[in-house]
Every structure is written in C-alpha cells, then in structure tokens.
Write a protein that binds this ligand. Structure first.
Ligand SMILES: [Cu+2]
Length: 194
C-alpha cells in the first residue's frame, strides 16, 4: 500500500467515524413521556394514569378537543386513530368532558358492529358510558364512569350522539389478555383541515 492509498483509507475511516457520531443522537433510547412522540411504542400521555398495584387505569377524555374531523374527536383523534389498551380484569375509569361548544358529545365503550350505528349501539360493559349517552354532554360539562374490563376483545370508544359515530367519532378500546400494562397507541391520519 502506498502513501496515497493509506491517506485515502484514513480519510474514509474518519468520515465513517464522523457519520457514526452523527447517528448517535438518533439512536439514543427515549424516555417515555419526555421526548417520545405518540407514534412511538410505550408513549404515556398525561391523560393516562396507571396504578399497577390496584390494577387501575384512569383516562381523561375530551370530546371535541380540537378541530380535527370537524370537532368529532376524542382528545383530537377520530376514526380509529387512537387505541387505548388495558389488561383484562383491570378497573377502568373514564373522566369525560366535552370541550367543543359546537355540539354536545358523549363517550362509551361499545361493541364493534357493521354498519356503524346511528346512535348508541351496544355497550360492551355495564355502565361503560357517560350519562345521557345519546343526548350528549354540553361544553364544559363532565361525567365519569368506571367499569371492569373483564371481557377480552376489541371495542369502540364511541360517541353516542346521533350521527356522531357515523361521522367518525370513534376510536378503539382493546381489552388484552397479553398486555401487562395499559397503553395508548396513535396512528394519526393525514387530514385536509390540519
Ligand atoms: Cu360526538
């Protein structure tokens, strides 16, 4: 190997080293709840509070949170963008508030049926809906419901106000036999209004 070749080798090795350093910030693990984004696994939003010892999880849900899907959304998510997962047998609390002044909304856990029901559909668990599920809750009003997630399966988090489910005001609620902790998963769709 002559000097020139050696110099080239040294240069490319240096370049590779520089590249490696540049890559490091993107490979560092991210602490959930700090730098993580909703798209990452293990995201734990402020609106989910977990007590593993009591097998209890509390979700704070806001109907008409923002303008997404013409305000027909939970915490900004609609048409299945949001999936709440809880382990089977856990106690679930849903602290629900309507924010949008445009229309009343409600929240309940319902069976997934086709076609999407015009109104409330079938509750998956006894008591798993806000009061006035079909009439809805007006802006700045709240209702909290609790239930035991004893039946594994995939359900809707559904707004029972007439036409809202059909309008996309539904997300997913999963009762899992394999999950050991509650989790939130988000798959945000690209929308025109955003
Ligand atoms: Cu609604």
């Amino acid at each position: 190997m002559n000097v020139e070749n050696f110099r080239e080798l040294f240069k490319s090795a240096g370049f590779l080293l520089l590249l490696t350093f540049l890559m490091i910030p993107f490979k560092l693990p991210v602490t959930p709840g700090e730098e993580s984004s909703p798209e990452q696994q293990g995201w734990k939003p402020e609106w989910m509070v977990v007590d593993p010892d009591k097998k209890f999880v509390s979700f704070t849900l806001i109907g008409g949170y923002d303008g997404s899907n013409g305000t027909f959304n939970f915490n900004g998510f609609s048409e299945g963008e949001l999936t709440l997962t809880v382990p089977v047998g856990w106690k679930v609390e849903m602290k629900y508030t309507t924010k949008s002044a445009y229309k009343p909304h409600s929240a309940g856990i319902t069976e997934i049926t086709e076609p999407i029901p015009q109104d409330d559909g079938n509750l998956a668990f006894a008591g798993a809906a806000t009061n006035q599920f079909v009439r809805g809750i007006h802006a700045n009003n709240s209702d909290t419901f609790t239930f035991i997630a004893k039946k594994p399966g995939k359900y809707w988090l559904f707004c029972g106000v007439s036409g809202h489910g059909k309008g996309g005001m539904w997300d997913y609620f999963v009762v899992s036999e394999t999950a050991d902790r509650p989790s939130v998963h988000i798959e945000k769709k690209a929308r025109k209004e955003e």
